[in-house]
Design a protein around this ligand. Structure first.
Ligand code: AMP
Length: 546
């Protein structure tokens, strides 16, 4: 497929509002693509360059993009930056600037889906001293061969932000429709493979194999997630139920096979090099090839330390020896997904738990099973007293559903009214904070992944956090309008609030009353932020309690 055709499809989708029409357009295209093109097309549509399990990163931010564009149109960088500041949408600015240059344009090579993908792969794999120059050269090459419309989508791909309203759900529907398979089958295969591109290829070439997919070691799958709920409702629905501590740590997935081991974060980044001690502990605790799921907590003098301490320790990659001495990290394992090549996720939780206990000599998270609300409440309070964040309740006969935030895992914690939102911009501060960002603009997402502004947060951020946030966001500025700056949309805040209110001031239709910064959730991906569906549920729950 030529890249111009790809760009034309993106434009068409961007201009229609409906999810159904989008799935139809995609489903009509899929059968015409080759086996090599199909996975690339599927990923690109969602603004992903590589499979979801892959740790590969393009390593390309807005700053390099501005340099590349300035070079290609023969203007100064400041000219590009001011055009972007005025318009806001990077993709459209690239398109306009390339349009102006068109008369003098000379096509040396036509771009197609596969040569663009190869170029991205080359950029990701570049390493060494001249990495940035090499990446810049590749971006210049792509943009100088692009038509204006291609430029719009190339730029968005380079920033991995397509934002044309194609979410995971739409792609799954389209795969099912295009190849005549059930959406549940697509969903099930996707949970184990964690790459919609590969799922689409299987659906096209050998749909029967969708029923028999296995998790591959060293290709992390998404973590199963929890919903909020109550002890009494869970007991009323399920009777006997499992309860565990809710650890205030950092989620991990540990893989071991053929003498090798790796550990991945909740965002599926490979953390093996930064957590050598945890890898070693788990490696020694089993002789089997496994994928296990757990939480790593920080301990000091036998007491659990707060979550942020663990993150600080993990980020300090360069000083692993020293940092590891000061705080002890300790894994707590609560699930097993693969044992010696066999995928276990469809087994009931109780069976997986038995297997886990039989193959891991240490670190298995303690658990009680009970149908007594009193006993579970006591366990909850004891868990808090032990320094944990709360309690997890898990349904005994539930499968492991990667990436699912369903009704099988319920979290019980004291502070219910916090919400995860993505930071989309900020306003410059005033007075002594004039050179810092004063308040941050926050957004939730609708079911297609479109971001909708919901509130601003300025309180709860002390001076040192404010400085840290300035450092974090200063290189993420995409555009600036008056006192407001807009950022790359990849940082998640956990925010507390007193009440959710209906509001016409924000695109989400809701606003937070008394929003307060709680913490930076750099373990969370933007796809995990609050959805409109869950906001609506929060709103009705809140008003029912009143
Ligand atoms: P939250 O981040 O508030 O949505 O809560 C879900 C998170 O709790 C999971 O992603 C885990 O990182 C963490 N967690 C802590 N203890 C457990 C446990 N025993 N079982 C499952 N998840 C746990």
């Amino acid at each position: 497929m030529q890249f111009v055709e790809f760009a034309a499809i993106c434009k068409k989708i961007e201009e229609i509002p409906g999810r159904l029409e989008t799935a139809d357009i995609l489903a009509a295209e899929f059968p015409h693509l080759s086996e090599e093109e199909l996975p690339v097309f599927v990923r690109f549509m969602r603004g992903k360059l590589f499979p979801d399990w892959s740790s590969e990163k393009l390593g390309f931010g807005p700053s390099l993009l501005y340099d590349a564009l300035a070079y290609v149109i023969g203007k100064k960088r400041s000219y590009v930056v001011s055009a972007i500041n005025n318009a806001g949408d990077v993709g459209k600015v690239v398109e306009t600037l390339l349009e102006k240059r068109e008369q003098t344009m000379f096509f040396s090579e036509e771009l197609n889906l596969l040569n663009v993908y190869d170029r991205f792969l080359l950029m990701a794999k570049t390493s060494g001293r001249r990495t940035q120059q090499e990446r810049l050269r590749s971006a210049q090459y792509l943009l100088s061969n692009a038509t204006p419309l291609e430029g719009r989508y190339l730029a968005r791909l380079m920033l991995e932000e397509m934002r044309i309203g194609v979410g995971e759900g739409v792609v799954k529907d389209a795969v099912a429709k295009a190849f005549g398979v059930l959406p549940e089958t697509v969903e099930h295969a996707h949970q184990a493979l964690n790459d919609l591109g590969q799922v689409a290829v299987l659906a096209k070439t050998d749909p029967a194999r969708l029923f028999d997919v296995h998790i591959t070691i060293f290709r992390p799958v998404k973590m199963m997630l929890a919903q909020q709920g109550s002890i009494s409702a869970m007991v009323a629905t399920h009777g006997k139920i499992a309860a565990e501590n809710k650890y205030d740590g950092s989620r991990f997935q540990f893989h071991k096979a053929n003498g090798k081991a790796a550990i991945y974060s909740r965002r599926l980044e490979d953390m093996t090099a930064s957590l050598p001690d945890v890898v070693e502990m788990l490696n020694l605790a089993t002789t089997h090839d496994v994928i296990i799921d757990g939480e790593v907590i920080a301990m000091m003098n036998g007491k659990p330390m707060p979550f942020q301490t663990v993150l600080r320790r993990i980020r300090r990659k360069h000083d692993i020896g020293g940092a590891a001495d000061a705080i002890t990290l300790c894994p707590r394992v609560f699930d097993i997904l693969v044992l010696d090549g066999e995928t276990l996720i469809d087994m009931p939780f109780t069976r997986r738990r038995e297997i886990l206990e039989s193959v891991l000599t240490d670190y298995v998270a303690p658990q009680i099973v009970s149908d007594s609300v009193d006993e579970l409440e006591t366990f909850y309070h004891e868990s808090l007293d032990r320094g944990n964040e709360g309690m997890m309740l898990k349904v005994l006969d539930s499968p492991y559903l990667p990436g699912n935030r369903g009704k099988y895992w319920i979290k019980i914690k004291p502070e219910v009214d916090t919400i995860d939102l993505v930071v989309i911009g900020a306003e410059w501060g005033e007075g002594k904070r004039a050179k810092m960002f004063g308040s941050f603009l926050l957004a939730c997402q609708d079911e297609t992944g479109r971001l909708l502004e919901i509130s601003r947060v300025a309180t709860g951020i002390d001076d040192s956090m404010l400085a840290a946030l300035y450092d974090l966001f200063k290189d993420r500025i995409i555009s600036e309008k008056g006192k407001t700056v807009f950022f790359e949309q990849d940082v998640v805040f956990e925010v507390g609030y007193a009440e959710l209110q209906k509001s016409t001031n924000y695109a989400a239709g809701y606003a937070l009353r008394f929003p307060r910064f709680i913490r930076l959730r750099d373990d969370k991906d933007v796809s995990e932020i609050e959805t409109m569906e869950s906001l609506t549920r929060r709103y009705s729950l809140q008003n029912k309690e009143e």
